[in-house]
Design a binder for this molecule. Structure first.
Ligand code: TRP
Length: 335
């Protein structure tokens, strides 16, 4: 059966190369089920992108299914949204090749992520790392996506995707939808590293610098207790001078669905110990029902396989339409 798309299309992808963090939850996952109301959504596990750095094969395989399970545990409905693995839809690699021929070496070498990653993986500066943004453009353009939620680190990649689409359309007519960045209605809180609150919380940081979405209660308490604060002892928002305390307040507010001021008022006159306890318990309260559902889902391999298979079939049906058009436009022989 072919998929019919009526509402604007939202495309989102994550590399299944590590665990998802509390930062991912607050910045993205907790809003997914709201997006589902207004958009036709695709949620992709970008396993091909993950291969641009060396992966442990068994771990990559396992994490791909785990991300899908977490998405569903956070409330996504796999009947509505298309949840799938990138490698299950061959059209991604096919469109990426075509788009490679419409992308300049110069613009790819200006990508900051390429420069950063080649510095960090100096022993493995492979061509995939270089053409990473082209595969990402293919991901988005295959589905004629209207909006793509991206964090600051992916903005440049969305920009080059738009440039490639405009370039292609300039030559062949309006073939590809030029995507816009998705801007959340309420500005997303930026969650910082626990041991270096001036940098973003990231799954590639030190283990104690982030809360994994699947950390158990004791681990969460321990990590929060160790979080870096400051020595003035006052609980107030001041990102400049008190980034650690501000980060904990931000986390509390996000978990409780209240404002930072309300958190400060509640804890006024108390010490950082109280702030940390409150933060840890707030996180645990939100994450534990999700974790329970997650555990149930990862244990049900048959169900997850069904979801991924169904997602891949639906995605492929949509992707095929764009790819056919593109092949025809560029002059590939049609049978
Ligand atoms: N590069 C993105 C990241 O690391 C993941 C990604 C791959 C992506 N393809 C995408 C994000 C398409 C948005 C749209 O976060």
């Amino acid at each position: 059966m072919s998929e019919t798309i009526r509402r604007p299309v939202l495309y989102s992808a994550v590399q299944p190369s590590g665990t998802l963090t509390l930062g991912n939850y607050i910045g993205a996952l907790r809003n997914f089920k709201l997006l589902e109301k207004d958009y036709d959504c695709l949620f992709c596990m970008a396993d091909l992108h993950a291969l641009t750095v060396r992966q442990e094969p068994a771990a990559l395989r396992r994490r791909t299914a785990e991300v899908a399970a977490l998405y569903i545990a956070c409330g996504l409905d796999p009947e509505k949204s298309i949840i799938y693995a990138q490698s299950h839809v061959p059209q991604h690699a096919e469109l990426a090749w075509i788009l490679n021929c419409f992308t300049y070496m110069g613009e790819l070498s200006r990508m900051t992520q390429f420069k950063d990653k080649s510095a960090r993986h100096a022993d493995n500066i492979n061509a995939g790392l270089f053409t990473y943004p082209v595969l990402m453009a293919a991901d988005i353009l295959l589905y004629q996506a209207n909006v793509v939620p991206v964090g600051a680190d992916q903005k440049q990649h969305l920009e080059i995707c738009r440039d490639i689409a405009n370039r292609f359309n300039g030559i062949y007519g309006n073939v590809l939808t030029v995507p816009e960045p998705y801007i959340a209605k309420s500005a997303a809180a930026r969650i910082m590293s626990l041991n270096d609150p001036t940098s973003k919380m990231s799954k590639s940081g030190e283990p104690d610098s982030f809360i994994s979405m699947v950390d158990d209660a004791d681990t969460i308490r321990r990590k929060i207790r160790r979080a870096v604060t400051d020595s003035d002892g006052e609980i107030r928002v001041d990102p400049e001078n008190k980034p650690g305390v501000t980060n904990l307040i931000t986390i509390c507010a996000a978990m409780r669905g209240c404002t930072a001021d309300e958190v400060c008022a509640l804890l006024a006159g108390k010490g950082y110990g109280a702030l940390k306890d409150y933060a840890a318990e707030s996180i645990i309260e939100v994450l534990s029902p999700i974790q329970e559902e997650y555990k149930r889902l990862v244990a049900d391999k048959a169900y997850l396989n069904d979801v991924l298979k169904n997602g891949a079939e639906r995605a492929s049906g949509l992707a095929m339409r764009t790819l056919r058009k593109v092949y025809k436009k560029v002059g590939l022989y049609q049978l």
